[in-house]
Design a protein around this ligand. Structure first.
Ligand code: NAD
Length: 439
């Protein structure tokens, strides 16, 4: 089912080229989303309705979900699911508070009377995207909203695709979670058009068909959502490019092949463009994983989607000489999710420097992180983990430098700054210092 990429004889250093990637990427999706973004900018709510009909096969009554619908969705939630939601929120919130919150440090005095400080402030208004194409990812409500709240963001809007099955509303579990978390601004809009709505703002005939523009958009999504985030970056702030899911598993002969197969399959289930990559030095493990996959995939609900994902270019078993070479491969790949299923997994994990999130040992599967581990599931994909981080409280914070010099402190440095400015051929800059000298 999975193709084999044999790197055991690979001696060149360029492993980034050797690791599997999808044929259809963000650049390829740009052509589809540019007209969508332009139409939303020009024609607002009317364009949003047209794209809902085209892509989601339903036209919502209003863009904004009425408040009473959110209340009803939360009231209708069954107890087991409510408990699961509550525990997931509790764990994510605790990690936000204890590991992610940054406070303003004390001012630094770089010379007598020359103070520079850094004020840490939240983004003012955010638009959070919750996917709902292949599956309604209610968990993404928690992963977006909780860190935004813990950062102190005061204006939070959520968008998720309208579902034909629910009369053009987002999935009820998504609505229920918004209400449980105290978010009452929810839009039945999906895909690139939702990102464009947030970035440009939409002014309809009344509040139900309007959405004020946001400062920043976050959240996961398919290739079209990611392309829209890349296209509109600058018009609006974004988090990372959190696109079609990837799992890489670095495993040796000590790994349980059933765990490995189940975990590869769990992420392939997200999208036909999802990537599942096993990196191993054990041909025996690779063979048994293949057999387990054949049985498990056939028996599961979304076998067709999983099969497409596993048999496409982006998924593979990568054979390596040993775990040292395996580490080079996973560091070059920079997977969104990386599982370490080897002997002494913690020591191996400590040598990983490129991954969105690392899942250590046999009892920390990616599915745990998808829902309730306390970590984020909004993570950079397509190699972006070598420069970007998952969504956290920090994503919603900005640092403002505050410069506060006394007259003496400025005059002490006046020669230096004037000379610097003149060396850049900017006498106007120098003059702004000179005019402050005593006359
Ligand atoms: P989605 O909500 O992201 O996308 C659905 C929307 O895509 C539709 O509403 C529609 O507007 C748009 N669309 C569909 N076909 C289109 C086309 N041909 N042209 C333009 N727009 C089109 O839901 P999804 O499709 O289920 O995707 C969810 C994605 O989120 C998956 O790829 C999953 O792997 C990913 N994900 C990523 C992370 C992460 O952190 N990286 C986390 C969770 C999920």
């Amino acid at each position: 089912m999975l193709r084999i990429v044999d790197l055991t004889r690979e001696t060149t250093g360029d492993l980034r080229r050797a690791v599997p990637r999808a044929d259809f990427d963000v650049d390829a999706a740009m052509a589809a989303i540019i007209p969508v973004c332009a139409a939303v900018k020009d024609r607002g709510a009317e364009a949003l309705r047209e794209y809902s009909e085209k892509f989601d096969h339903v036209v919502p009554d209003h863009l904004r979900v009425p408040a009473e619908v959110l209340v009803e969705a939360a009231a209708d939630l069954d107890d087991t699911l409510r408990q699961a939601f509550t525990e997931s929120i509790r764990r994510r919130r605790q990690v936000c508070r204890e590991a992610e919150v940054e406070t303003s440090p004390a001012p630094v005095e770089v010379a007598a009377g020359a103070r520079v400080s850094q004020r840490i402030v939240p983004v003012g208004r955010v638009g959070l995207y919750v996917p709902g194409g292949f599956a309604p990812l209610a968990s993404s409500v928690i992963m977006n909203v909780v860190p935004a709240q813990e950062a102190g963001v005061t204006s939070i809007a959520v968008a998720s695709p309208p579902q034909a099955e629910f009369g053009g509303l987002p999935h009820p579990n998504i609505l229920a979670l918004c209400h449980l978390l105290g978010v009452d601004e929810v839009y039945a809009v999906g895909g690139a058009q939702a990102i464009a709505m947030f970035a440009h703002g939409v002014e309809g005939s009344d509040e139900a068909d309007s959405c004020p523009r946001v400062d920043m958009v976050t959240g996961p999504g398919n290739i079209y959502v990611v392309a829209a985030k890349r296209y509109l970056r600058g018009t609006v702030g974004i988090d990372s490019e959190a696109g079609p899911t990837e799992i890489a598993i670095l495993a040796d002969k000590t790994a349980d092949p059933r765990h490995v197969a189940a975990d590869l399959m769990s992420q392939a289930e997200h999208d036909t463009l999802a990537a599942a990559v096993l990196v191993t030095d054990s041909t025996e493990l690779a063979d048994i994983v293949e057999k387990e996959l054949a049985t498990m995939v056939e028996a599961t609900l979304h076998s067709e989607r999983i099969c497409t994902s596993l048999t496409s270019e982006q998924s593979a078993i990568v054979m390596v000489r040993d775990i040292d070479q395996g580490l080079e491969v996973v560091n070059a790949y920079a997977a969104e999710h990386l599982e370490i299923q080897t002997a002494d997994a913690a020591a191996v994990a400590a040598r990983v420097h490129n991954a969105g999130a690392i899942f250590v040992g046999p009892w920390s599967p990616v599915s745990l992180g998808d829902y309730s581990a306390g970590s984020t599931h909004v993570l950079p994909t397509a190699g972006a983990a070598c420069h970007s981080s998952g969504l956290s409280v920090r994503s919603f914070m900005r640092a403002i430098h505050v410069i506060d010099y006394t007259e003496d402190a400025l005059l002490d440095l006046a020669d230096s700054v004037e000379n610097f400015a003149l060396a850049e051929n900017l006498p106007g800059h120098a003059n702004a210092i000179t005019v402050r000298r005593p006359r």
